[in-house]
Design a binder for this molecule. Structure first.
Ligand SMILES: [Fe+2]
Length: 407
């Protein structure tokens, strides 16, 4: 699907008289090498003003020329599992038969999702990267830590394992496993069949900030890196400590690793998430979201990462949410069911394991068109927007009135 059009600056202010522009450009030529630029173009914000903008279609525009050179707009997009998943099998087959496995020269066996509006960058939105990975039996991603916050959402029935800060998390479909900034972690598949999961990271944001680092020298491993940590806790450590809502252990620090602002819980089990959603399906829910559950830091109630918030969402058969838009970006993985999300006037049908992105500022609503419940997992960069004082949300009531949900 094509990117949102990069509209010409059709409503720019009047251009300078040509003689003045020519004179300015001549000065620019003279100043070449001084690392300055004499302004000859107007600013052209890529978004429309928030409060007065009530149209459902995608807004904003890109400036032309020098001013707009670094502007890009993420496009709403859906990746169909039916179309992309065969490539996982092909990667795995190459890995099984090749002289050098892709995991050796590329670190991971995966494909990354590329938003068609972002010029080939490896990102689904301005702050979020998503890769879908496959691990053959015996594959190991050696222990390391890094500055980006990362997660994996397990898509195969059994998902191998991730060990984080000495806690081994044996994974199954629907699990959310966190590898927060500043935590040692390693992954692998010690099962009999390939495992597949979706990695989500705030990598593009860290990249923009020039803050990406990776440490592969796990201490205590002797010379160089250990391939895998030896677990220091019994399985289910997070759940034992934090698995009962509203009760916190008083004898442990809630800080793990050297990560800042992160949840001490690393493992949210799909079976628990689904049971919790089903227990709430008789509630009214939210008219804009249906039944939702947030994954939070149990010690603070905050999002699990300083930058990203994760949630699970249940839509009942026939349920259609009302239109909503946010200044934050939302990236979804369909865990179950089939339906449609309308984004800025365009329809994106989805089915199990499809992935889709609703870029910031765009109106969207979800419709469950299947016979059963639909379950979506959501990753949003809302915490980042809140921290910088830019989070806003609007909704449309059933009779079409635009209301400020977060002003
Ligand atoms: Fe990692």
């Amino acid at each position: 699907m094509a990117a949102l059009p990069a509209k010409a600056d059709s409503h720019a202010r009047p251009v300078l008289p040509s003689a003045a522009r020519v004179a300015m450009e001549a000065l620019n030529a003279q100043a070449d090498g001084l690392h300055i630029w004499l302004r000859t173009q107007a600013n052209a914000p890529a978004q429309r003003p928030w409060f007065g903008d009530v149209g459902l279609e995608a807004g904003g525009r890109l400036a032309a020329g020098r001013v707009g050179a670094n502007q890009m707009k993420a496009a709403p997009h859906r990746w169909r599992w039916q179309e992309i998943s065969p490539y996982l099998g092909r990667i795995a087959e190459i890995a099984r038969t090749a002289d050098v496995s892709p995991i050796e020269f590329a670190d991971r066996q995966q494909f990354l999702l590329v938003n068609p509006g972002l010029g080939g960058r490896l990102q689904v939105a301005n702050t979020i990267r998503c890769a879908v990975s496959i691990y053959n039996p015996g594959d190991v991603a050696p222990v390391h830590m890094h500055s980006p916050n990362a997660s994996r959402t397990i898509l195969s029935d059994n998902g191998g394992y991730t060990t984080i800060e000495g806690e081994r998390c044996a994974a199954a479909r629907g699990d959310l496993i966190l590898t927060p900034n500043g935590t040692w972690h390693d992954h692998g598949n010690d099962g009999e069949t390939p495992v597949v999961w979706a990695d989500i990271l705030d990598f593009p944001l860290m990249e923009f900030l020039d803050c990406v680092w990776l440490d592969e020298d796990f201490p205590g491993a002797g010379a160089g890196n250990a391939r895998a940590q030896t677990p220091v806790y019994r399985d289910g450590h997070s759940a034992r400590l934090y698995g009962r809502g509203g009760i916190l252990p008083g004898f442990v620090s809630h800080a793990r690793g050297i990560g800042q602002g992160i949840s001490p819980v690393f493992h949210y089990r799909g079976v628990d998430i689904r049971a919790a959603l089903e227990a709430l399906r008789g509630e009214a829910g939210d008219p804009y979201e249906g039944i939702t559950l947030r994954f939070v830091n149990p010690a603070t109630g905050a999002a699990v990462f300083p930058t990203l918030d994760y949630a699970a969402q249940l839509l009942r058969p026939g349920e259609a949410t009302q239109w909503k838009r946010e200044t934050a970006n939302n990236f979804y993985i369909v865990l179950d069911g089939e339906g449609t999300t309308e984004i800025a006037g365009r329809q994106f049908d989805w089915a199990t394991n499809d992935l889709f992105v609703v870029p910031n500022f765009l109106w969207r609503r979800h419709i469950n068109k299947g016979a059963g419940d639909a379950v979506l997992y959501l990753c949003s960069d809302r915490p980042l927007f809140e921290k910088i004082g830019q989070y806003r949300a609007q909704g449309r009531t059933a009779d079409g009135e635009v209301v400020q949900l977060v002003s």
